[in-house]
Design a protein around this ligand. Structure first.
Ligand code: ARG
Ligand code: ZN
Length: 873
């Protein structure tokens, strides 16, 4: 059924306290739940609890076994008819964790003989464990008792503080857990099995002694040190930047290879996909380290933004996710290079969110309806949501933002809140009205912002005309104007920022923020001397698509002189995009391409330029980004045009590539510090360009680099380069990689992903072969993501092969995954969303595959994605 935001009603029944007793077993687990009930809002109603898949073994109300006519049980719920305020309901359920391939609820990670048991409850997994009002606005105190065989399950964990443990008969033992903070059911977790641990003491700023522990299986425990380090830094940062202290005596993290998502912020017991927790210098790339740092921080920050203040309903998901992603981005920016971090955030936004916003799955940051909430853990809710928080924080300024957040926590600690309440707390604390930003939460689609500048030399005035428009999205035909903050600077002929004044006599500033609060407006700056170029949307001050009347030489000027690092990079991106469009249009002579290459060549030897930034400047937008405005879309033509850009740049840089590569090889690159990472990034970028400029020589070097790599980042870059070239040495290196990492799932996933993304048509056959590889399994989400998501979402050339073989491959896999793991099937299916934009031949093939899939879809999750994708919602 479809759920509507407008239909929200406060819960008819609340749970004051819940006691859970688990008798854990791989194939037959027993769950006793004791719910202390309180009548909630509205007139007396029967007690309706959510439940799915478990068997009911017993049901008692206030100690008395219920007769069959006193309750009703169906596939989604348990209803008890006559319940008094203050009653205690007990149910006993039977579960089969080893049969739970959906990885939602209680399930088995690894093999029955050696694996461990764990839970994933967000959003609606708790109902697969026991009958409960499984909605985020029911907050209860949880007490948990775990019983299990001591040999098989030596470690027994749940949320909150430990509350005793001991021996039982027959080799069994027990552990009790008590969480003093009332929480919704989606934050419940338990873990049981043979796990190793590392431990560190931490004292919070307000004086609480906390044991930090990370648990992993024996072969992974020595790779948890970096995550612990990141955790400690995140805890300190939240104390310093937001005044938020941790609030339990223990904080536990557990790593698993079997997980649908990145990680989960269960109270006091975070559970992580191993690929975002494990890190070591031999096996992890620089990107992996950055992910671990960011996601450890993200889940920890949820303790306040998500757990202490949670969401009233799932429409408010971005209240916790957008806000927490923003906090995570702030943290990562302060731990690393803020400019690079901003570039990466905007890349993610454009690649994942802008494409989502422009297609059939477009939805608002706070949607108005859903039929499968699992399908709304999206780039829009997370990443656009973070951009909205960033705009609001920027609008308030640093001090007011902190004051507003303090007020938000003060008002709503221990509550389930809404986006309106968030905006009200931030605004009230500062005497400003932020309600205009609510429209950003309600409206889907990326605003197109058009900017035009004119200079009146006689009057010494600069006029900026701004105009916004948002295209219709499914279910939202009419769009309104949104408040758009635009950071602006005017650069003079020497590249320096000119003093800006909105009116005569005002104090001048190097940079101004103008807010477009209507469909169009013009802004004037006075007493301006001869501006050379305007720098607009500095730091990407709003999640919009900007178009300007600036020429290629204006962009080249910005690329040379702009002091805002983000906009400097953006100028390079814009230039590359214009060159790309001309090349794609069939132009032989492309002045934009020459200007792009020449300007970058001019910067290439600039010793003052951060190597990591230079590497990014030298990289044109990726294929999916370039493909976005193309209709009808021919992915092979997009690929060829981007190749021409890379070729041209490589030729223009010429021998300088080899020289820079050789010079970088002589530098110290082993460390994890930002400088070493930056040098590695540039080294890898030079190698990739050099492979285009002088394939024979560069391939030989790349083969050596694969063997002698100082880090995984170097090893991966060398291997990917060789594979893209179809070099024989690439195949040999692949075999070596497999031998080295055969027993390490996280690293072996890189091996699958590397092959899935080889930009060659015959990758379809390669992927088909890998589906039959002994180490491949459709049951493991990381494997599916590495091989199939890598192929369908990041390899347009192969996936969109004109004969449709790529579509058939994904279609067949999807049908199978659908019956195992709906969440994973639905996510993979989103890679098919752009079918309608394809040129007619591919379009017909992909549409047919989608229709066949829709006809056979079993899960609600997959059916929902396919229905919306095909546009019959
Ligand atoms: N809350 C988790 C996070 O921090 C993600 C959980 C996603 N769960 C799901 N069923 N989609 O991002
Ligand atoms: Zn989150």
């Amino acid at each position: 059924g479809v759920v509507h935001l407008a239909d929200y009603r406060a819960p008819a029944w609340r749970v004051e306290q819940v006691e859970l007793e688990f008798d854990l077993d791989i194939s037959a687990t027993r769950v006793l739940a004791r719910l202390h009930l309180r009548r909630g809002a509205g007139a007396a109603q029967p007690l309706r609890l959510d439940g799915a898949g478990q068997e009911l073994h017993a049901i008692r109300l206030d100690g008395r076994a219920l007769e069959p006519h006193e309750y009703q049980l169906d596939a989604q719920s348990l209803t008890v008819f006559a319940v008094d305020d203050g009653a205690v309901l007990e149910t006993e359920a039977g579960l089969a964790p080893d049969a739970n391939s959906a990885l939602s609820g209680l399930y088995l990670s690894g093999s029955a003989g050696a694996g461990f048991l764990l839970t994933q409850c967000e959003a609606e997994g708790f109902r697969r464990i026991t009958w409960y009002p499984d909605r985020p606005d029911v907050l209860a105190r949880f007490r948990v008792l775990l019983r299990a065989d001591r040999q098989r399950f030596p470690v027994l964990l749940a949320n909150g503080n430990p509350a005793g443990s001991g021996e039982l008969e027959d080799g069994r033992h027990w552990a009790a857990w008590d969480d003093p903070h009332p929480k919704p059911s989606y934050l419940f977790a338990l873990v049981a099995g043979r796990l190793e641990q590392i431990e560190q003491d931490y004292t919070t700023a307000d004086g609480r002694a906390v044991k930090l522990r990370i648990f992993a299986e024996a072969d992974a425990i020595d790779r948890c040190g970096y995550a612990m380090d990141a955790l400690v830094r995140a805890m300190r940062w939240d104390e310093q930047r937001y005044g938020r202290n941790y609030d339990l005596d223990v904080f536990h993290i557990v790593a698993t290879h079997d997980f649908n998502m990145g990680a989960m912020e269960n109270k006091g017991l975070n559970i992580f996909n191993a690929k975002y927790l494990l890190a070591d210098p031999q096996r992890s790339s620089d990107e992996d380290y950055a992910h671990v740092e960011a996601i450890v921080a993200h889940e920890y920050f949820h303790n306040w933004t998500g757990n202490r203040v949670t969401c009233r309903d799932w429409f408010q998901l971005s209240l916790k996710e957008g806000l927490t992603v923003y906090r995570e981005q702030q943290f990562s920016a302060e731990m690393n290079s803020a400019t690079l971090k901003r570039i990466e955030d905007v890349q993610v936004l454009r690649r994942a969110q802008f494409t989502e916003d422009a297609g059939p799955l477009a939805h608002a940051v706070r949607p108005e309806r859903y039929s499968a909430i699992d399908n709304f853990y999206t780039a829009t809710v997370y990443d656009k949501g973070a951009e909205l928080v960033r705009m609001i924080a920027g609008r308030l300024g640093e001090t007011a933002w902190r004051r507003g957040m303090d007020e938000y926590f003060r008002r709503h600690d221990g509550e389930a809140a809404t986006v309106e309440q968030f905006l009200a707390a931030l605004g009230d604390a500062n005497g400003v009205d932020l309600s205009a930003y609510l429209a950003w939460y309600a409206q889907a689609g990326t605003p197109q912002l058009q900017a035009r500048g004119t200079y009146d030399a006689a009057a010494r005035r600069y006029r900026l005309d701004l105009r916004q428009r948002t295209a219709p999205t499914p279910g939202q035909a009419r769009k309104q104007a949104l408040p758009i903050p635009l950071r602006v600077a005017l650069l003079g002929a020497d590249g320096r920022a000119l003093p800006l004044r909105r009116e005569a006599g005002a104090a001048p500033q190097d940079e101004c923020v103008v807010e477009l609060d209507a469909a169009s407006r013009c802004f004037e700056f006075v007493d301006i001397d001869a501006p050379r170029v305007a720098s607009l949307l500095r730091g990407f001050s709003a999640p919009v698509q900007l178009s300007t009347d600036q020429g290629a030489d204006d962009l080249a000027f910005l690329l040379r002189f702009e002091s805002d690092g983000f906009n400097r990079w953006e100028a390079a991106q814009q230039l590359a995009r214009r060159a790309f469009e001309r090349v794609l249009g069939g132009a032989q002579n492309v002045p934009e391409l020459d200007i792009w290459c020449d300007t970058l060549a001019g910067l290439f030897d600039d010793a003052a330029l951060d190597p990591a930034l230079l590497a990014e400047l030298l990289t044109p937008p990726e294929l999916n980004e370039l493909a976005q405005p193309c209709t009808p879309l021919d992915p092979a033509a997009v690929f060829a045009a981007r190749e021409r850009l890379e070729q041209a740049l490589a030729q223009r840089l010429g021998a300088a590539l080899e020289q820079r590569h050789a010079a970088l090889l002589k530098t110290e690159r082993g460390g994890l510090d930002g400088a070493a990472r930056g040098r590695r990034r540039l080294l890898n970028r030079c190698l990739r360009l050099w492979l285009r400029q002088d394939p024979a020589q560069a391939q030989e070097i790349a083969a050596t680099r694969y063997v002698l790599a100082a880090s995984m980042s170097e090893r991966l870059a060398a291997l990917a380069g060789l594979l893209a070239d179809g070099a024989e040495s690439g195949e040999k290196a692949l075999q070596d990689f497999e031998r080295r990492y055969d027993n390490d799932p996280v690293t072996l996933d890189k091996w699958f992903a590397l092959q899935a993304t080889i930009p060659r048509p015959d990758t379809v056959e390669r992927v088909a072969g890998l589906l039959r590889h002994a180490r491949f399994s459709l049951r493991n989400p990381n494997r599916v993501s590495a091989l199939l998501m890598g192929f369908a979402a990041r390899n347009p050339l192969a996936f969109h092969r004109p004969d449709g073989a790529g579509y058939v491959l994904i279609e067949q896999a999807l049908a199978e995954i659908d019956s195992l793991n709906p969440t994973t099937a639905a996510r993979l299916a989103t890679a098919l969303k752009d079918w309608a934009r394809l040129e007619p031949g591919r379009r017909a093939l992909l549409q047919a595959a989608l229709q066949r899939l829709a006809a056979g879809a079993r899960s609600q999750d997959l059916a929902d994605i396919l229905r919306r994708t095909l546009g019959d919602s």
